[in-house]
Write a protein that binds this ligand. Structure first.
Ligand SMILES: NC(=O)c1ccc[n+]([C@@H]2O[C@H](COP(=O)([O-])OP(=O)(O)OC[C@H]3O[C@@H](n4cnc5c(N)ncnc54)[C@H](OP(=O)(O)O)[C@@H]3O)[C@@H](O)[C@H]2O)c1
Length: 316
């Protein structure tokens, strides 16, 4: 059964790459932001979420997770974090560079030393945004270190990946062997109503022990009606009709599509407020029929167009 997990990117830094449904007008206050972040994490737990995804690249998210965990005592809580991105915007909405990528061993060691504070709840340690370009999948000293971390702390080791060639990256990662054992057992990947390329390699995840975690189920907000995207009119109509039928929002239809079409281990909710989280959780209250799944599968777009459009979204 697929679970809904909570991704902490939107509660760790005030700006992220998304189509904003509403613009914030209030002045940013870090102390208030931290309190609100902890509140959303607590509410996520209260409504039944037990899988949390975070990263040092998400501003204060990892710090807030660890603060919240220091008051918990529930062995069912699982935290996945990542290494490879450093948050550099310092909460400045006008920052030119929001995050910096670094897949060298020195960054892995630096970030793991800090992320260890999530233990014993830390279950999964992921390469943040694995690509062929950074050479991470061939970097033997990094692979060696990840294998040592896996062994010593009994963690799952994963990659997150995006883009037109995410299937190739996943296949290449699934073949990385260290000490005659497969290293990567967790794959956090984009899949949604628009980008459905992951369907082609779903049989890979039937291998026992592998976990598939889905991110970007809302296609960075593109699943919601927006006058700037008239080419999605048909998608809006179909999703809104299903939303009326099941008495939920389009967000729940988008999440349910992920669950019913590929049955991942977890689909992440990236809600930035408690009300969104409640709406997202309604995805667990119904099931799509096979005709509806077929209908939604036909809404897929060309991955090249999808990722080109994604490249033009800004931090806001
Ligand atoms: N590894 C990576 O590179 C990577 C990349 C992306 C995400 N992730 C992980 O995945 C998690 C989820 O992120 P995501 O992008 O996949 O999140 P998502 O759930 O696909 O989208 C979240 C956004 O959708 C909008 N939304 C959600 N529910 C809504 C509702 N009921 N009504 C209106 N708008 C609603 C909100 O945007 P607004 O309110 O701003 O309009 C919200 O911030 C992240 O937190 C992170 O943990 C990882």
């Amino acid at each position: 059964m697929t679970a809904i997990g909570f991704g902490t990117a939107a509660i760790g830094r005030p700006q992220y790459i998304n189509l904003k449904s509403e613009q914030k007008t209030s002045v940013f206050k870090l102390t208030k932001f931290k309190l609100e972040s902890i509140e959303v994490i607590q509410k996520a737990y209260d409504i039944g979420i037990r899988y949390f995804d975070t990263a040092p690249g998400y501003g204060i998210a990892e710090e807030m997770m660890s603060k919240w965990l220091s008051h918990q005592n529930d062995p069912d809580v699982e935290v996945a974090t990542k290494w490879g991105y450093t948050y550099t915007a310092d909460f400045n909405p006008d920052a030119l560079i929001h995050e910096v990528k670094d897949h060298r061993l020195v960054k892995l060691n630096e970030q793991f030393a800090n992320s260890k504070k999530l233990l014993p709840y830390l279950s999964t340690y992921q390469v943040h945004s694995a690509t062929f370009e950074t050479g991470i999948l061939q970097n033997r000293e990094v692979i060696h270190r990840l294998a040592a971390i896996k062994e010593e702390y009994n963690l799952r080791i994963g990659i997150t990946t995006s883009g037109t060639n995410q299937n190739d990256v996943i296949l290449a990662a699934s073949e990385v062997i260290f000490d005659r054992k497969v290293l990567f057992d967790t794959f956090q990947v984009t899949y949604n109503l628009f980008d459905q390329q992951l369907q082609e390699i779903i049989p890979l995840f039937n291998t026992s022990g592998l976990r598939l975690i889905i991110k970007e189920a809302m296609a960075n907000g593109r699943v919601f009606r927006n006058p700037n995207y008239p080419h999605y009119e048909k998608n809006y109509q179909i999703c809104e009709e299903l939303a009326r039928k099941y008495k939920v929002g389009v967000d729940a239809i988008a999440l349910r599509f992920v669950i019913d079409s590929i049955h991942p281990h977890t689909v992440l909710s990236g809600a930035n407020q408690v009300s969104q989280l409640h709406q997202n959780m309604k995805a667990l209250s119904f099931r799509l029929t096979s005709d509806e799944i077929d209908q939604l599968q036909r809404l897929k777009v060309n991955p090249i167009e999808y990722w080109n459009e994604r490249k033009n979204l800004t931090w806001q």
